[in-house]
Design a protein around this ligand. Structure first.
Ligand code: ZN
Length: 248
């Protein structure tokens, strides 16, 4: 509807995204997902500090690109909100950011630069490999590994560059997308790629996608994102098939 406020719908999408990420064990008590406001690119929506599975629309508040809440200035916030603000500042094409500590991605983050690569057609977004953020290079060898300042967020965004996912050594992953749906897809399928890759490595040396194959696979990603999102909404009880009388 022309003139309709997009914020309530975007908040509902973020609540769904949190539930979907919990369902796939991408986030647990930690992790967060945000979305840029479509009519104000200098602002984004993110929950106040809370476990992802408990986030409701009322918990989601507006932040500016300095990483601070716009209205609820004293709200409890995630220490790592600068991951979101600095990526939005650096990447105009990004409209959603997922930060997580999913276990296999943490394993990949400590396996060295270039260890994590796309092995399956659903993971073409991993391209020629995933950049690895090494916090020691920017803040020394005694940090708590968290992105707890604008400076660290900026350094992370620089390492991400134009990629869809960045590994953070000993910590986790940040996935980005043009939409909430795409960022969530990339977070979930990064973990799946890691699972497949590790399984293959127990049997031998995996055959990774070539850069051209990854690019070709990514060409069909919008269809993959649309289909998986519809299915995932159903898994969390918000899909069409879960409504009475419309199953099948
Ligand atoms: Zn973190």
């Amino acid at each position: 509807m022309p003139g309709a406020d997009p914020i309530p719908e975007l908040k509902a999408t973020l609540v769904s995204a949190n539930r979907i990420l919990v369902h796939h064990d991408i986030v647990d008590g930690f992790g967060h997902v945000s979305a840029r406001l479509p009519d104000n690119p200098e602002r984004f929506l993110l929950a106040r500090r809370k476990a992802p599975g408990l986030v409701t629309a009322d918990d989601i508040i507006e932040f500016d690109l300095s990483g601070e809440p716009v209205v609820e200035k004293h709200a409890p916030t995630f220490l790592e909100r600068f991951i979101h603000s600095e990526i939005y500042a650096a990447r105009p094409d990004v409209n959603s950011v997922v930060h997580s500590h999913s276990p296999l991605m943490v394993a990949m983050s400590v396996a060295g630069q270039g260890a994590f690569r796309p092995v399956c057609h659903t993971c073409g977004f991993l391209g020629e490999g995933t950049p690895l953020f090494e916090i020691r290079k920017v803040a020394g060898d005694a940090t708590n590994l968290l992105i707890s300042s604008r400076e660290l967020g900026k350094a992370l965004a620089e390492t991400l560059a134009d990629a869809g996912v960045v590994l953070m050594r000993g910590h986790g992953t940040t996935a980005v997308g043009a939409s909430v749906q795409q960022a969530v897809y990339r977070a979930v399928y990064s973990e799946i790629n890691a699972r497949v890759q590790l399984s293959a490595q127990q049997m031998g040396v995996p055959e990774f996608l070539t850069p051209a194959e990854a690019k070709a696979c990514e060409g069909t990603s919008s269809l993959q994102v649309e289909r998986t999102w519809a299915y995932w909404l159903d898994l969390i009880g918000q899909g069409r098939a879960s409504q009475p009388g419309v199953a099948g």
